[in-house]
Ligand binder design. Structure first.
Ligand SMILES: Nc1nc2c(ncn2[C@@H]2O[C@H](COP(=O)(O)OP(=O)(O)OP(=O)(O)O)[C@@H](O)[C@H]2O)c(=O)[nH]1
Ligand SMILES: [Mg+2]
Ligand SMILES: [Zn+2]
Length: 288
């Protein structure tokens, strides 16, 4: 399923796009289908088709409505909007908790101060996350990112204005002509939220642009589970004195020691604590 609109969906089968409408015995409605779904379709004589069955999903997102995603490309920019590593770590955590592999793309690196890109790249090397630096407007760094996404189903996520649409156009020349500009700024009041389109990548794979921000809604994560999404924290915590250490104010905390000697980046630890506090608040509200 490459595209889901309110009255029809588009299915790619054997190299051909088939427009499907709800009909037939099952009448699967647009509410039940997501871009990214794998479907069994029946093609009619006039070349259109309908869906008979949707295969079980490996994962799915609500915003944007996409299923069976391999990779979330978390796009941020050096400036305009300013870099926000707290948002990056939140989306990164939600992505991992949803079972979608995150990849970081730092865009607008033409606006970076000397050494800034290396510092951020170093921070996420500690976190074991693939990192790409790009200038979407000039195509810099785009071939490496394209190679990483080959054969995968990916979504571009990130704040409005970071350059997701420019990046998509740089990854797949001509993509905007096919999709039209999808922007949260022009989206207001129009029913485009369900309109997600997977664009075929040359050489295999698909990618979807998403307007505005996604993967930001809180995902149910247990407080003890959180550190599993921060590999550098998880690695250090084996040496904490208490096995139930949350690495806040507990004595003999190996995570705080690792932080002090630079093995854990400050921003990552700080964002871990922020997310932890939020998860605790959600928990306490649930048991009130
Ligand atoms: N300097 C610089 N500007 C860029 C770069 N990439 C994109 N821009 C500019 O940033 C602005 C926003 O880019 P978009 O691609 O529309 O941003 P978006 O993430 O799709 O935003 P939404 O659709 O609102 O979510 C545009 O004016 C782009 O030309 C870059 O690498 N460097
Ligand atoms: Mg856009
Ligand atoms: Zn600890």
């Amino acid at each position: 399923m490459t595209k889901v609109m309110s009255s029809f969906y588009e299915v790619l089968t054997q190299g051909r796009y088939v427009s499907c409408r709800p009909r037939g015995r099952f009448k699967i409605s647009a509410q039940e289908v997501l871009a990214g779904d794998r479907a069994l379709i029946r093609v009619l004589n006039d070349g259109t088709g309908y869906i008979e069955e949707i295969a079980p999903r490996r994962n799915s997102l609500v915003r944007p409505p996409v299923a069976n995603i391999d990779v979330a490309v978390i796009v941020s920019s050096i400036d305009d909007p300013p870099l926000n590593l707290e948002l990056v770590d939140r989306v990164l955590t939600n992505s991992l908790a949803t079972g979608v592999k995150p990849v970081l793309c730092l865009n607008k690196t033409d606006l970076a101060q000397p050494g800034q890109v290396d510092a951020i790249s170093g921070t996420y090397a500690c976190a074991g996350v693939d990192f790409f630096a790009t200038v979407a407007t000039e195509g810099l760094g785009v071939p490496d990112l394209r190679a990483r996404l080959q054969g995968q189903v990916s979504v571009l996520v990130g704040q409005s204005g970071v350059g997701k649409s420019r990046l998509l156009n740089s990854l797949v020349p001509g993509a905007s002509r096919r999709t039209g500009e999808v922007s949260s700024r022009i989206r207001r009041g129009r029913h485009t939220t369900r309109h997600v389109e997977l664009i075929a990548l040359e050489g295999g794979g698909f990618i979807a642009d998403t307007p505005g921000f996604s993967l930001l809604d809180p995902v149910a994560i247990g407080i003890w589970e959180l550190s599993t999404f921060f590999p550098e924290i998880e690695k250090a915590q084996a040496r904490c004195r208490f096995t139930d250490c949350l690495h806040r104010d507990e004595p003999d905390c190996a995570v705080k020691q690792a932080l002090a000697c630079g093995l854990i980046p400050e921003s990552r630890y700080k964002n871990y604590l922020t997310i932890l506090r939020e998860l605790e608040e959600i928990d306490s509200r649930r048991y009130q």
